[in-house]
Design a protein around this ligand. Structure first.
Ligand code: SF4
Length: 317
């Protein structure tokens, strides 16, 4: 099998990581590379394992998303489903399995396959049962709101109208497009075409972050434009705040798409400065020490890679 190559890439979350902490981007893109190989160094192995780590809010979002897509598929088959049924059939088994994998530390043998929850790993949960209740309550609420407020709008969409979106669960690379020679990862949650119009929905099970989410979806508009040939006026975007039962529908103008392109260009440029000879094709990182630690210690409290940075962080204090 040909050796995997670490290709320079950009995504909205990569840019967020890079902005929050340069070192975090180093760990998640370069430090972890090859960490799956038994010949890897202990640091590479640790970075790879920590990069795979989940957290309870991430799992909550995945559980809600899996459950609402199940409800939608049922609807497309002409069957109605209640929130309770979706919870029992999809969300609860998913959460139970992930929670058990984490508590049993099955990820020690295979961090790619088995879940490790950050709160378990770093022992930050004050009350395990309360945390589980909180996650379950929010997932159920998201499913109920989806059935009451989103399904009436999208329940008539047929699978043949949906745009294929490659995810980590489908074979091959996840959804991406090329922009000025750079591989851009963009994975909308749900997209479909009606006539010339493309509709893109993103499920948010957590808090409302209007500015951040608008930018994220404007990237999806660029995906629709460059990958599917949609015209800007035919792209309709919806941030679905499932826990609140609200939707933020909008379209992006040509000017706003230009701003999104400029943000990508600027971010790609800054990331390139951390590469040897500014060479994105080679994509060799500068030494780890060049990737600064976070200025704000609050970032570290929520970071998967804390274990790796701890000695340096402690030496600074
Ligand atoms: S622990 Fe802190 S310094 Fe280290 S990668 Fe995370 S945020 Fe950055």
């Amino acid at each position: 099998m040909a050796e995997l190559r670490n290709v320079f890439s950009w995504s909205f979350s990569a840019a967020e990581d890079f902005e929050a902490c340069r070192r975090r981007r180093y760990w998640s893109k370069y430090g972890m590379w090859g960490g799956w190989d038994r010949r890897a160094t202990p640091e590479q192995k640790a970075a790879y394992r920590l990069n795979k780590m989940d957290n309870r809010w991430g799992l909550m979002g995945q559980a809600a998303e899996n459950a609402i897509m199940w409800v939608l598929r049922e609807c497309q088959q002409g069957r109605s489903a209640t929130a309770e049924q979706a919870w029992d059939a999809v969300a609860r088994p998913f959460l139970t399995r992930k929670w058990a994998e984490s508590l049993e530390e099955r990820w020690r043998t295979d961090p790619k396959r088995f879940c490790c929850i950050r709160e378990h790993y770093y022992k930050t949960l004050a009350n395990e049962n309360e945390a589980k209740r909180q996650v379950a309550g929010q997932v159920r609420n998201c499913i109920e709101n989806f059935i009451a407020k989103v399904l009436p709008r999208i329940g008539s969409v047929q699978p043949g109208q949906e745009l294929p979106i490659a995810t980590a669960d489908t074979p091959g690379d996840v959804e991406h497009f090329l922009y000025e020679g750079v591989k851009i990862y963009a994975i909308p949650d749900y997209a479909y075409r009606i006539g010339d119009r493309i509709h893109i929905h993103d499920w948010k099970a957590g808090k409302v972050k209007a500015v951040q989410h608008r930018l994220q979806l404007s990237l999806y508009a660029l995906w629709a434009l460059l990958k599917h040939g949609a015209r800007p006026e035919n792209i309709f975007l919806y941030v679905e705040y499932l826990n609140e039962g609200q939707v933020m529908p909008f379209q992006v103008s040509v000017e706003e798409l230009g701003e999104t392109r400029a943000i990508i260009g600027e971010s790609v440029g800054e990331m390139t400065e951390y590469l040897v000879d500014f060479d994105r094709e080679r994509n060799a990182p500068l030494p780890k020490e060049e990737w600064d630690l976070a200025l704000d210690p609050a970032s570290c409290a929520q970071c998967n890679f804390y274990e790796l940075c701890k000695p340096e962080l402690e030496a600074q204090t």
